[in-house]
Design a protein around this ligand. Sequence first.
Ligand code: IFM
Length: 494
Amino acid sequence: MSIPTRRLLGRAALSATAAARTGGRPGAATAAAAGTADGCEDPAEDTDAETTAAPAGGLRFPLGFGWGAATSAYQIEGAAKEDGRGESVWDTFSRTPGRTRNGDTGDVAADHYHRYAEDLDLMRDLGLRSYRFSISWPRILPDGAGAPNQRGLDFYRRLVDGLHERGIAPMATLFHWDLPQALQDAGGWESRDVAHRFADYAEIVFRALGDRVPTWLTINEPKTVVQNGYLWGHHAPGRQDPAAAYLVAHHLQLAHGLAVGALRATGAGRIGPALNLHPCYPADDSAEAARAARLYDGYENRLYLDSVLKGSYPQDVLADLGADSRMVRGIRDGDLATISAPVDLLAVQYYTPIYVTADGGTTRRWPTSEADWQQIYPDGMYDILTRVTRDYGPIPLTVTENGLPTPDTLAADGTVDDTGRISFLRDHLAAAHRAVTAGVPLESFHVWSLLDNFEWAEGYDQRWGLVYVDYPTQRRVLKRSAHWYRTVIADNGL
Ligand code: IFM
């Protein structure tokens, strides 16, 4: 992601439109924004609260809804050189001068590797029912392949045991961008063999943790690896090579399918992909803009959705890439059957819409957050959830990421007042609720992120957490949004 342009969020305007969209319940918004922390019970054991107490704004979620928060290994764990962990592409990339803001690395991050028990207690105190985290491939296989590192597996065993002890369901992502450097040296995702190494790694993890992890996600945001890692080069491995990028897309999809097969062969549990989906709208009423938006949608969404859920890549994208492209030449007989092995759920990550101009460029229509790529448009959440159900059938959905960075500071009285995050989440949850009302089988929602963390090329400048991390001391402080979210969870709605 490129250097951010800091802008104000335009909160008042957003709140007004949200109130209109949700049936004019401004009182709900006010009550939610003023949410307090106290008096909540453990909702994991309190289904009565769901059936009897109506949430203040009347937006009640389905019984047993999986309220959650998400993180990823490299962004929070730290302990980069401990207990046998190997190097990942992000170690290499972030330690290369000029690649990340302030030269920040994930070497220490939020020190979660050492503080996981404290973080588990925070999750329990928030009332989380689901925690989505990722497993670090180089902690399990320091060289990318071969014998597993037992100390790495033990860490995740302690983590999932701690979740169960606190009544929180683990949801584990197998790959959240920290490819072992040894595999990058062997060609990275441009090499078809890496997809098979991923399946080997997945099998090891399934055998070690499969009895304790009910839900698995394969690859986090393959599109981000393709675009940020191989098209624009501001994520690891820092390439700018469009031909390689789409071959990488195919191998990531293949790796997903091979991991699904490995799960079916080794045991129980549910599995699906984790896709960041961007609704693509024409920027004007012209036929040209409509056509351009359709193709853009192919690259942003259908490339990943169709291959997994329909067993084919979108023809318009393949035609645009060309028969001679490395990707098209890299597709072998049987690959699409592997990629489209039936999945149990689809994880959707929604952050921003895209407005496509007649010439195939993009433009902005809504205020951005501190992340200049993110336009704040809650209706996009409704549009993408209903679109997935309409186009791909009633596959169970989970939102595994939604959130924004806000300019949070720790006040002298020990509080962090991130009202912008409350407004954002309230409006996006209201949109998700509308999708549920329209028939979308949404079973859970995870805020990105539980903790402030290493935001990739942006380092530690952007704060995405419900929980503030004071990096010099590693002290955790619940932000105002965390207190608000605890109330939402306790009320099973807003
Ligand atoms: O921090 C990232 C996360 O790793 C993947 N999805 C988007 C988030 C915010 O940029």
